[in-house]
Design a protein around this ligand. Sequence first.
Ligand code: 5GP
Ligand code: MN
Length: 359
Amino acid sequence: MNRITSQNVAPADIRMLKSLIEGSNRIVVLCHQAPDGDAVGSSLALANVMKNMQKHVCVITPDAPQKSLMKLPHAREILVASHKTEAAQYFISAADLIVLLDLNDLKRIDRVGPLVEASKAPRIVIDHHEGPDIKADLIFSSPSSSSTCELLYELLESAEWLEHLDSEGATDIYCGMMTDTGNFSYNSNNPRLYHIIASLIERGIDKDDIYKKVWNVSSASRLRLCGHALSSKMELLPELHGAILSLSCDDLTTHGYVRGDTEGLVNQPLAIPGIVWSVFLREDEPGYIKVSMRSQGDFAVNEICHTCFGGGGHVNAAGGELRDSSLAEAIDKIKEVMNDHRHLLPPDLPRVIDNKIQK
Ligand code: 5GP
Ligand code: MN
């Protein structure tokens, strides 16, 4: 499917978006669990626009966003469902419209999913993941958009609602565009992105300040945890052109791990010439392993995560999970699965050199 832009979006869909939002007053905005910069950014930005249209809006996340995102404007007003379950239940049941952002499956909102299913309010989905699997009255699905925030901007432009996007909402949109493209280092060759950024700067954002607030915020323990992972817990598989990083419960505890500390870690091995895929396994609790995958080019990790780890995502960034598994078993499983997919590797890759330093 083509990337949705303000130029090609179906006029009937925009009319319906406008009539659903204009005709509602108690609106709940929801995004996926372990919300990242795009999920939080798109939710807060849409809330900003709708509040400026005098709507009552409640932004709900299934669990808490990581600390660095809490510096975004109005992030402290987010209702975290895992902390305030009854309030989330109340707002969802009282809503006359529910908007789901950066989300293609109600499983991704965990315990909030049944509350949404129980509501009779109309639903809108705005998302850039493959194949949305949610029943909704209106779905804007654009997998070739680099972020939900980019897609949201296009919809706001088509709806002629950019006048309601102030510098705070623009900051939220920039945050999602920046985080989902690794500060415009992948999925970022589209000139349209830079027109959008120019318009956000004209709306008063300070892009350098957003970068500093969201990314230049490492605790010493986070740097040590990532250093430990790269130095002692990274295995290269030169024949398979991949890398596996893993952290056990014990590694996490001894380094004072807090949520968000391992963000970005899985990308690092891709800097080694010849590495096409990278997997990070995090043992969040004994028996439960969170799987994160990254890749380059056409090597699609979302399909692997979908078929083998009950998850999904994008071609080059996906995730899933393993239950009832030790970390050692998870590592073996990854090796087996990636060996089964080696025929999908592109030809003529540079040789991976693992120049290990002898300790
Ligand atoms: P991360 O590796 O940063 O946790 O996730 C990267 C991308 O993979 C996310 O943007 C999301 O699209 C997808 N993803 C991660 N974990 C899961 C999961 O458990 N289920 C599904 N469906 N997608 C996931
Ligand atoms: Mn996203």
